[in-house]
Design a protein around this ligand. Structure first.
Ligand SMILES: [Zn+2]
Ligand SMILES: [Zn+2]
Length: 195
């Protein structure tokens, strides 16, 4: 039922971008984009899986002794919006779509300067709040839906001294026997495990 809503909002985003001179349907520049809802449990708002790198945009960087190859342009993009995001307000869903759409533009496959330039431009011109990182708690609150700290964890560990809560997907006894709280060096205690 959310698919229709996603397509509607996605098309609105495309039209709005066009109105400020960013034509995401110009396949010559941005390539092909598809979008769907991801049902994988993830804290991420969305992601943009890149495919078909353009060899003319190959960048080789040296990191220490290693050569790291990056591409600044891709011809196929698969955008995924997390299903929990679809329950939020339309503006927040559209911020997410806009964020992932920027990743489809050449030189924007990370949250670097080019990405930020586009985000700022879109925010100013269209009144969006595209950010590099979302705030799940604030967005859930704004949308009147229950906020769960972590939708993915199995183990909840608490520091007996300062109360800091740590979530883990994996657990072994060493975690509470040998390790101490990173904040205060207090003892850790397992308080919950979900299966
Ligand atoms: Zn991103
Ligand atoms: Zn502590």
């Amino acid at each position: 039922m959310y698919e229709q809503k996603l397509m509607l909002l996605y098309n609105e985003c495309l039209q709005e971008l066009k109105s400020i001179g960013i034509d995401m349907q110009n396949t010559e520049i941005v390539g092909n984009i598809d979008i769907k809802i991801s049902t994988r449990a993830s804290k991420r708002y969305g992601c943009c899986k890149q495919e078909n790198p353009d060899r003319n945009y190959k960048v080789v960087k040296r990191v220490g002794r290693k050569r790291v190859i990056n591409y600044e342009r891709f011809l196929t993009h698969h955008i995924e919006v997390s299903s929990w995001v679809m329950q939020l307000n339309d503006e927040i869903i559209k911020n997410t779509i806009m964020h992932e759409l920027i990743h489809c533009i050449p030189y924007c496959n990370n949250h670097g300067l080019e990405f930020k330039k586009y985000a700022t431009y879109i925010n100013q011109k269209l009144g969006y709040e595209v950010r590099t990182k979302g705030n799940r708690e604030a967005d859930c609150k704004a949308s009147n839906i229950e906020y769960k700290e972590d939708i993915n964890y199995k183990y909840k560990i608490v520091c007996e001294n300062c109360g800091q809560i740590i979530y883990r997907k994996r657990f072994n006894q060493n975690l509470i026997k040998r390790y101490r709280c990173g904040r205060c060096k207090g003892r850790l205690k397992l308080v919950e495990c979900k299966y």
